[in-house]
Ligand binder design. Structure first.
Ligand SMILES: [Ca+2]
Length: 148
């Protein structure tokens, strides 16, 4: 994928049914703020926005669609230029999805596996802290009052 200067572009990427898409930026340099690239999960302007990119830093990670379509939309004004951007995409099955954990394990949001007992035990075990993220508060202050 390559953009020519001062040219907006809309690319809709399609993979086979049942596959998803991995988008990888090789080079990214557009005029900060004025030019931007939107990456959406799915096809069309109402699909979920995954990233808005501008300036000279592309996304920190590759982007993965959840379905078999992804949209890349490049907006530019008429002044100021960057090099543009180059990206490639790969389609496959469950790209970017972490391997599932064993039955007795808890899967952290970022994919790591910890022992199932580690979930909501008050100690952070996942590198991302997700094992303690959605826990009911089980501790609290107990006030005991005694009448004389
Ligand atoms: Ca824990």
């Amino acid at each position: 994928m390559q953009t020519s200067r001062q040219r907006d572009g809309l690319w809709t990427l399609h993979a086979l049914q049942g596959q998803n898409i991995q988008l990888h930026f090789l080079d990214f340099d557009v005029e900060a703020t004025y030019d931007m690239v939107e990456v959406r999960d799915g096809a069309g302007p109402n699909s979920t926005l995954m990233a808005v990119l501008t300036g000279s830093t592309g996304p920190a990670h590759d982007l993965f669609s959840t379905s078999n379509q992804m949209t890349v939309w490049f907006f530019t004004d008429s002044g100021g230029y960057g090099r543009g951007f180059r990206a490639n995409f790969t389609s496959g099955v469950d790209l970017g999805s972490p391997a599932p954990c064993a039955a007795a394990q808890f899967q952290c949001q970022m994919g790591a596996c910890i022992h199932g007992n580690g979930q909501c035990d008050g100690v952070v075990n996942c590198p991302d802290g997700s094992d303690e993220a959605d826990c009911e508060m089980s501790s609290g202050v107990v006030i005991v009052a005694q009448s004389p």
